[in-house]
Design a protein around this ligand. Sequence first.
Ligand SMILES: [Ca+2]
Ligand SMILES: [Ca+2]
Ligand SMILES: [Ca+2]
Length: 328
Amino acid sequence: MKGFKVVRWFSCIIAALIILFTGIVSAYAAAINVTANATDTLNGADGQCSLREAIQNINNGATTYADCVPTGAYGTSDTINIPAGTYTIAIAGAGEDLNATGDFDITKSVTITGAGAGSTTINGGALDRVFHITGAYTVSISGVTIQNGSPASNGGGIHNNSGTLTVTNSTIVRNTATTGGGIYKLAGATGFTNSIVADNGVGLDCVGTITDSGGNIDSDGNCGTFTQNAAMVQGTGFSALASNGGPTQTHALLAGSAAIDTAPTCAGLTTDQRGTTRPQGSACDIGAYEYVVAAAAVSVPTMTEWGMIIFIFLAGLGAMYYMRRRRA
Ligand SMILES: [Ca+2]
Ligand SMILES: [Ca+2]
Ligand SMILES: [Ca+2]
């Protein structure tokens, strides 16, 4: 009987340890900070943590590239923080899936965030697509502009093979592909919130079923229930890339753009891609850029107007002098 009690206590302790250990493991989460404007290289000794190195360390669950040291231990809720800047794919070699060349291949669940809300432009360099989610991973992307992806296959901005992908407060514009210029969803699930997928060449903005969680715009009407705005193209809905303040070039929203003040929620957002306070106007704008209404110019009198003001002033003084003389 005593032996049975000991076994039962021993079992309880083992069970408790298993629960505790499982809890600790699931709480593990690494966060890697990419170096601002880091060039696209794989070199753990150059003192720069490139976006490709950060993704590879997360993919490997190990610090393969020593200059991308995470805070926290690798686990199941890892994060890559990308500060303000432009990150252009520079290692040629499309059609590979191990993140060594061409597109950024994601082979593990990860959250990718720009600093603030949308401080980051990720440019495909016209060498390949930008992001490739290669399997059934949970991936969140927020606060980034994704552009200039151009693979000779499907999915110019993002190709989601079978992951659960959420995209928030992001702008996916000016990519091209055979089909799915903005995003190509083969399988899995893909949801968008407060984002622009527009002007993505002949390959269509979206191919595959996309969940619309509100505040999304496309330009060609191929992203399911997104609000279609055919004017959301470069030159009409947004500007060409240009310096609009802030640390990186942006596609500025133009006056009258359908993205202005139409985001249904502004939760968690305080600044845009340039560091401009959100919201401006009655609500946040859709995408990574917040449009600012120019302040009315302060009117400065012309020389003629100054002359009139001085004349009226002197005339007033003269009238007062005359009245006093008459009373005296
Ligand atoms: Ca490096
Ligand atoms: Ca790939
Ligand atoms: Ca690749």
